[in-house]
Design a protein. Structure first.
Ligand code: SF4
Length: 694
């Protein structure tokens, strides 16, 4: 039993783990956090929480937190602690020196989806206004960038269409490439509640997730597809909808471009896209697929929920558009209970994207090449902006290896552990003359850093996060930053050291600037957020109270756009050397690369990553449950213990990636989404053999 004592004060704030965005009351004694209590009035959680938000906060005051800035001349030198003033002056002088020598576009930066909207906005502003280029990117590059591309193309805005309450009006849930009970637990519980009330469930996933079968819940249809064939499965479902006369033609005629629909309908109707023809590709039973398509099209309000099992593919953007096509074809858009709902992974990945973290877009998803938008920012910021889109993360790393990209400022992102092709990432970082890492701990990326700026946790700052339902929620300072600065203050001081005249006294002033420059945030300010508890964007003159459901009277882009999404097999092929397909995911007690949750008691629940393998494949290889195995791909190899289970189909293996020892990204491929470069983490051809251990 832990003696927690009596709290002296409490502060209501927002969880910093997943995109559900639960509200908590942080109970404090002095500067000690004693417990996190889920807040009954939280709009996203209504008093509920999961084990991460409730218990995994010990990392905030962990002894491994770095609290003093550090510099070193080269990465083989020991770190040397310096004052903040020395660190800012050194970082600014290095960035300026490199730009003078190699050109304005030789430097860039990465924003953090763990940080607040205000902090993210400042980092991209520093890069655009201070560095004078658009070399800014964010971790959405490796998770939901296809969502941004796909939903903007089809609907006109890069976000989910519904609020979480919408699920209470849903009759049929189609869950594809998502494992909400582990990755979005509080919303996963809400989905289960609706299913227990009688809603029907379709799961498209190579693995039998908890949602497929759990107490009192049985999916009406589970389509255990071959990894990498999402587009083929969705096209086959569309084939059934169109050829069996189940399309909602009245909705399509009124709300969508009819000519584009006709082209798309002709494409999906072709015999080569029937469930039977595609079955050898998808490995899905055609009768089951037909039944699932009929249920989604005719079972009442149909809502699609998806996760990284959709986006992290070479056809990630095509899959998002195939989902949008299916929703429009069946009229499942624009009212409560329906819609297309990306389950965003990180607490503020929606916000980071909204705030202009992509190299081609300013805040509110407006293209940098648009002169009128650029002029608005130029007038406000008093600088000329580069009209050319900048480099994405993989392109920054390529340019570093080629010698034209020399310095990077990374806030709250461990790209060495989380990005694909670890060897390429390390080669890119090693080739740079100045790597500035701002983080809580000396992470793997910091091994390549020359300047380390201590970061701050969500408990040490004011600001806002935006969750998966576009809900902007307050983050409130609970304790004094261990390092003396919140992350937004560190960015501000770096900007000042580079000569920018920034004088924000509080994140509320940054939000005022965001609202001034971003039409979808025009009605947002800290006072209104305090009064309302939260606001869902767009919040503006047309929607002063915010927007729980989007596209009610029309799509943001005008007419909904059908896009032909032909299935293209991945270049990642199985063969005699690598006969199995590896796919990856998360577990309830841990979060992403585990930097926070591994520094809490949660590790007791899941001390290592395991490789799930089907009993038939295990027997073929002479593997025993719990024994070490070697997992090898064309990219590399690693060692972990086997977990023999029929949750995965024969031919498929699965692991989580929460522990650095697993090094899952040493194994994954360097193929990526054709439109956004989102890596194809979910499909890697591998071999599994017995091993004596690491
Ligand atoms: Fe935090 Fe997500 Fe768990 Fe809610 S569901 S407590 S936001 S990790």
């Amino acid at each position: 039993l832990i003696e927690i004592g009596t709290p002296e004060r409490s502060v209501v704030t927002t969880c910093a783990y997943c995109g559900v965005g639960c509200t908590f009351r942080a109970e404090m004694r002095g500067e000690q956090l004693v417990r996190m209590v889920p807040w009954k009035d939280g709009k996203a959680n209504r008093g509920h929480s999961c084990v991460k938000g409730r218990f995994a906060w010990g990392y905030a005051q962990h002894e491994e937190r770095i609290t003093r800035p550090m510099i070193r001349a080269s990465i083989d030198q020991p770190w040397q602690e310096v004052s903040w003033e020395q660190a800012f002056a050194h970082a600014a002088s290095e960035l300026k020196r490199i730009q003078a020598k190699y050109g304005q576009r030789s430097i860039g930066g990465i924003t953090s989806s763990r940080c607040t909207n205000e902090e993210t906005f400042l980092v991209q502003k520093l890069i655009r206004a201070g560095f004078g280029n658009n070399n800014v990117d964010t971790c959405a590059r490796v998770c939901h960038s296809p969502t941004g591309y796909g939903l903007k193309t089809t609907f006109g805005t890069s976000a989910g269409t519904q609020d979480f309450d919408s699920v209470e009006h849903t009759d049929v849930m189609l869950v594809i490439g998502a494992n909400p009970t582990d990755a979005h637990p509080v919303f996963g519980s809400r989905m289960k509640k609706r299913l227990r009330e009688g809603a029907k469930l379709i799961v498209i996933d190579p693995r039998r997730t908890d949602l497929v079968r759990s107490p009192h819940i049985e999916a009406a249809h589970h389509l255990p597809l071959r990894p990498g064939t999402n587009v083929a499965v969705l096209t086959a479902m569309a084939h059934v909808v169109v050829t069996e006369g189940l399309a909602d033609e009245a909705f399509i005629r009124e709300r969508c471009d009819w000519d584009e629909y006709r082209d798309w309908a002709e494409f999906v109707s072709h015999e080569r896209n029937s469930p039977e023809t595609l079955a050898p590709v998808t490995l899905v039973d055609p009768a089951e697929l037909r039944a699932a398509a009929r249920l989604y099209a005719t079972g009442g309000n149909g809502a699609i929920y998806y996760g990284l099992g959709v986006t992290e593919h070479s056809q990630g953007s095509s899959t998002v558009m195939a989902i949008a096509n299916l929703a429009m074809a069946t009229g499942n858009i624009g009212r409560p209970g329906v819609g297309v709902n990306p389950l965003r992974g990180q607490n503020n990945v929606q916000g980071a994207c909204d705030m202009g973290s992509f190299p081609h877009e300013l805040s509110g998803y407006r293209h940098i090449s648009d002169g009128a938008t650029r002029a608005l920012f130029e007038q406000d910021w008093g600088v000329d902006l580069d009209p050319e889109p900048g480099l994405r993360i993989p392109n920054m790393l390529d340019a570093a290896v080629d010698g034209s990209f020399k310095a990077i400022y990374i806030q709250g992102e461990d790209i060495l552990q989380s990005d694909p092709d670890t060897r390429h990432v390390s080669a890119g970082l090693a080739a740079m003359e100045c790597v500035i890492v701002q983080d809580l701990f000396l992470n793997e990326t910091a091994n390549y850093a020359h300047i380390f700026l201590p970061g701050s946790t969500f408990l040490e700052k004011d600001g806002t996060f935006t969750n998966a339902e576009r809900r902007i929620q307050p983050v409130r300072k609970v304790m004094t930053p261990l390092n003396g600065y919140a992350d937004w203050e560190v960015t501000q001081e770096l900007a000042r050291a580079m000569g920018l005249d920034w004088n924000y006294a509080h994140p509320g002033e940054i939000m005022d600037e965001i609202a001034r420059l971003t039409p979808s945030f025009a009605g947002v300010n800290f006072r209104r957020l305090d009064e309302a508890g939260s606001l869902q964007w767009p919040v503006n003159e047309a929607a002063p109270q915010g927007t729980p459901t989007m596209h009610i009277d029309g799509f943001v882009r005008g007419k909904g756009k059908f896009v032909v999404t032909d299935y293209v097999p991945t270049d990642e092929k199985t063969g005699p050397r690598f006969p199995l397909l590896l796919t990856t995911g998360r577990i309830l007690s841990h979060y992403n690369v585990g930097a926070q949750t591994r520094r809490t008691a949660n590790t007791a629940w899941h001390p290592e990553d395991r490789l799930e393998i089907h009993p038939v494949d295990a027997e073929d290889r002479g593997l025993k449950d719990g024994e070490w195995v070697r997992l090898a791909s064309r990219s590399g190899e690693t060692t972990l213990r086997a977990l023999i289970t029929d949750r995965v189909a024969p031919g498929v293996v699965y692991t989580t990636f929460h522990h650095p020892a697993t090094q899952a990204n040493v194994v994954t491929t360097d193929f990526s989404d054709w439109a956004t470069n989102c890596p194809e983490y979910k499909v890697t051809a591998v071999q599994v053999t017995p091993s004596n251990g690491p």
